[in-house]
Write a protein that binds this ligand. Structure first.
Ligand code: BT5
Length: 324
């Protein structure tokens, strides 16, 4: 029974070293003590180390490094986000799973997470490398009451949320490279992919794909991206509890989503600008049909990047790859 197992895991994780009585668990879930014991054995097979103390019960001594729902749940501080968690050990990509869930009515703030993506995707069908057990590969289903034209701004909202979460948990400051990259020391540690389910005038769901490199070593990355990619561990030298970071991302994402829906992008703009490494620099914006080179002046209250070319003209850029 997955629900009982989830509840037992949650109790073990939050018991703070206090033994959980097998009889008590049996009573609470209306099961036999043997049934509870079987769940405990299953958890041990998954890498949870559980001691049995005679006459007292079960004590958790360590838990595996995973993004299972119970692991994330113990850190949740949110009202809605992360309250429905779909977990996979391995999947091609979390995005199509989240699209499916959104279509079948998954509530606002539902998430899909996995240990490994075998066909993780970036923008425009590019590949997103998603090494097993080393990062956060997550899709968040958000259902804001906004017109579809505003959806791209969610990339910026998410960028601020993830930056703040990384700062809280790992004490390192990432910079936002417009529109969807977070860099540490000039190398990419996070990518964001915003997809949409909408009709002409209404957003049904935003499927926000967030990929964060957390505990990789440089050799965990394929050679082609070793010079452009980094992880939190590579910068800080410390291993981060990915479940805690997921919960922190959701914490900020919920707050900023609500702020954005109520007051628009304006109050987030200042925060976004304070983390940006794009503004005030000479950049090249590469788009499908053209390139624009000039000075990145700022972003509008709509999140559009403003670039001043040498002829003095100001161009509004909605989406592009930026070279600094
Ligand atoms: C992105 O695209 O940066 C969006 C990445 C979104 C990934 C998440 S993970 C959960 C969800 N499920 C998915 O399948 N995707 C989302 P873009 O700006 O197009 O950048 C892609 C480029 O980044 C690639 O062409 C590589 O150069 C580089 N890259 C690929 N994997 C990387 C990694 N792990 N770390 C840093 N750079 C990477």
């Amino acid at each position: 029974n997955p629900t009982v197992k989830y509840e037992i895991t949650k109790r073990l994780l939050t018991a703070n070293g206090q033994p959980l009585s097998g009889q008590q668990l049996a009573d609470d879930f209306g099961l036999s003590r043997t049934a509870i014991w079987k769940h405990i054995k299953e958890l041990e097979e998954e890498g949870y180390e559980i001691e049995t103390i005679k006459k007292k019960g079960y004590v958790l001594s360590s838990s595996p490094d995973s993004l299972q729902a119970a692991k994330i749940n113990q850190y949740l501080t949110t009202k809605r986000f992360g309250h429905t968690i779909h977990y996979e050990v391995s999947c091609p990509s979390t995005q199509p799973i989240a699209h499916q869930m959104a279509q079948s009515g998954a509530p606002d703030g539902s998430i899909v997470v996995c240990e490994e993506q075998t066909a993780g995707k970036g923008r425009m069908a590019r590949v997103w490398t998603s090494t097993q057990g080393k990062g956060i590969w997550m899709s968040v289903i958000i259902r804001p009451e906004i017109p579809p034209t505003k959806a791209p701004q969610f990339t910026l909202v998410a960028a601020v949320a993830v930056t703040r979460a990384i700062e809280d948990i790992a004490d390192v400051r990432a910079e936002i490279k417009w529109p969807n990259d977070l860099l540490i020391n000039g190398k990419k540690c996070t990518g964001i992919l915003t997809e949409l389910q909408a009709d002409m005038d209404r957003v049904h769901a935003i499927i926000l794909g967030i990929g964060v490199n957390v505990n990789q070593q440089v050799t965990d990355f394929p050679e082609e991206i070793q010079s452009i990619a980094t992880s939190i561990q590579m910068v800080t030298g410390k291993t981060v509890d990915r479940a805690e970071l997921v919960a922190r991302i959701l914490h900020h994402l919920e707050i900023y989503t609500d702020l954005y829906v109520m007051h628009g992008f304006e109050p987030l703009k200042i925060l976004w600008e304070s983390y940006s490494c794009t503004l005030g620099k000479r950049i090249k914006a590469i788009m499908i049909h053209q390139q624009i080179e000039g000075l990145a002046l700022g972003i509008t209250s709509e999140g559009i990047l403003q670039v001043k070319t040498d002829d003095g003209q100001i161009h509004g850029i909605y989406s592009a790859d930026i070279e600094i």
